[in-house]
Design a protein around this ligand. Structure first.
Ligand code: AMP
Length: 510
């Protein structure tokens, strides 16, 4: 069974149904999509590519991206989608690590040829037109058989620290993730629509799989990016959209809705379900999102190593404001998703009592096969069949997991553990504060000092004194930042994750 069978099945079941939309315009029916992907598979096979060979995708979001992914799988190849915001030099490193001899690119992200990649095809070129020329009968192009443990997607970690590692995601991992969506995240009906505002190279694109399983429509915004006004209009034009969004994208949608005075009912015309995750969503922010846009949110926690599958905080949990523990629950990342078990352990891998903070471990069929060409890193990450996520958290008696911070972000000051997230949550409720990132700065006396980087709301000028007074009312004295740095914006990667390593580096050099 290959992921490509999911596409062929839809092409047989509902050939004329719209499958891919470019903005509000039709781009491909299911039959056309399958015919193009099958055509690509045939060309690549004829060109000498063998099952298991890696093919790089270094491109902005594009309707053809989906045709390429399924064309690669049709031929039994391994897709290596990389972040379009990476520097071409970084991508060359990934291409060499993956051993990719073929790359599909868009010229805006790869203006020059990538060194070391023998063949490169611009997605918008005539060569791409030819490669994706539809075959008359997709079923006549055999789908290369794949075993459950064969790699389908080589996912390079976003690399907030060190060199990115290639996470080997197998057919089974992705199939499990797809089925899990229906069990835990949201039902999908045939005519539903998913929109790819966030990069297809990451979680947003991975969600194409359940939407293909359901025969839904796949919408790529004309802007190819995140434009709140465009997304609201697109939803009104094609029907309510589902999407995966990092918390920063959610904030932009909520701001837009609030500015335009769009209440929950109008928001419902544009959005069916917004799945958020990938970075912390602070309690104050999700509360606001729920009151402005209504109950259309679901949170997931996962990581590249167990893509989109870890825990889930359901729509029902988010909406149940009457629940006595609602405040704690919305600050949590929810309960284990159906395909996995989740534990919290000490450094030796022993389970910790409920409520105690330790490392989060995950086990199940969504967990990667390992890191590409890196058995040492694999052995460090997967021990006794459990994935050590590097995230710190605590479980409660209901099975709800509350994340603290990545273990490397933990601050130890005067021998006490300080979780940056707690300080960030407190500061975010201070007047005039839009965004915060808290990191530790090495200090000879205390070990580390707490430093807060603060972005002010437009027109506001929060002060150190006011912020400090605010913290004093909310958190223990020793957790208060010793220092504030007011900045116009926080350094983030393409997926909206704050790059704390950069903040620490800046502190070290300043
Ligand atoms: P990546 O592998 O790039 O998807 O990054 C995964 C990491 O993002 C996780 O290990 C967490 O540290 C963080 N993360 C993912 N989802 C959430 C979430 N819902 N809340 C807080 N942090 C998250």
């Amino acid at each position: 069974m290959s992921l490509a069978h999911l596409l062929l099945r839809q092409a047989q079941r509902q050939p004329q149904a719209p499958a891919i939309l470019d903005g509000a315009q039709p781009h491909a029916s299911y039959l056309q999509w399958a015919a193009r992907s099958a055509g690509l598979a045939r060309h690549l096979r004829d060109g000498g590519l063998q099952p298991g060979d890696r093919v790089l995708l270094f491109a902005h979001n594009h309707p053809r991206y989906l045709e390429l992914l399924w064309g690669l799988w049709w031929a039994g190849l391994v897709a290596v989608p990389v972040n379009a915001k990476l520097h071409p030099r970084e991508v060359e490193w990934i291409a060499a690590d993956a051993g990719a001899q073929l790359a599909f690119v868009t010229r805006d992200v790869a203006p020059d040829a990538l060194a070391g990649v023998a063949h490169q095809v611009d997605l918008e070129s005539m060569e791409a037109d030819q490669l994706l020329a539809p075959v008359a009968e997709p079923a006549a192009v055999p789908i290369t058989e794949r075993a459950p443990d064969d790699i389908a997607w080589l996912f390079y970690t976003s690399g907030t620290t060190g060199r990115p590692k290639g996470v080997m995601l197998t057919q089974r991992n992705l199939m499990t993730m797809g089925l899990g969506y229906f069990a835990d995240v949201d039902p999908i009906a045939r005519g539903d629509a998913i929109v790819y505002a966030a990069p297809i190279s990451h979680g947003a694109g991975i969600y194409a799989i359940p939407h293909l399983m359901a025969g839904a429509r796949h919408v790529v915004p004309a802007s190819r990016g995140v434009d709140a006004a465009e997304l609201f209009a697109l939803g009104r034009a094609v029907g309510p959209l589902s999407m995966f969004a990092a918390p920063t994208i959610v904030a932009r949608l909520v701001d837009h809705a609030a500015q335009q005075g769009l209440g929950p009912e109008l928001c419902a015309r544009s959005f069916k379900t917004i799945v958020y995750g990938g970075a912390p969503m602070y309690a104050a922010d999700i509360q606001r999102a729920l009151s402005v846009m209504g109950p259309r949110f679901v949170q997931i926690y996962g990581q590249g190593e167990t893509p989109m599958v870890g825990t889930v905080l359901s729509r029902a949990d988010l909406k149940d404001r009457a629940h006595p523990r609602h405040a704690e629950r919305i600050a949590s990342v929810g309960v284990a998703q159906t395909p996995v078990r989740v534990r919290v352990t000490d450094a030796q891998g022993q389970d910790l009592p409920l409520g105690e903070v330790g490392e989060v471990l995950i086990q199940g069929d969504s967990v990667m096969a390992g890191y590409w060409g890196n058995p040492q890193a694999t052995a460090a990450a997967i021990r006794n069949g459990w994935l050590f996520t590097g995230d710190m958290g605590a479980l409660d008696e209901g099975g709800y997991l509350t994340l603290k911070d990545r273990s490397k972000d933990l601050i130890i000051s005067g021998g006490s553990n300080i979780y940056p997230r707690e300080v960030e949550e407190a500061l975010l409720t201070a007047a005039g504060v839009a965004e915060v990132a808290v990191v530790g700065q090495p200090d000879p006396e205390w070990g580390e000092n707490v430093v807060a980087f603060v972005v002010a709301q437009p027109g506001a000028a929060p002060t150190q004194e006011a912020a400090d007074a605010h913290c004093l009312q909310r958190i223990a004295r020793f957790k208060r930042p010793k220092r504030y740095v007011f900045v116009p914006e926080l350094p983030k990667n393409n997926y909206g994750k704050v790059l704390k390593t950069e903040l620490r580096r800046w502190l070290a050099s300043a």
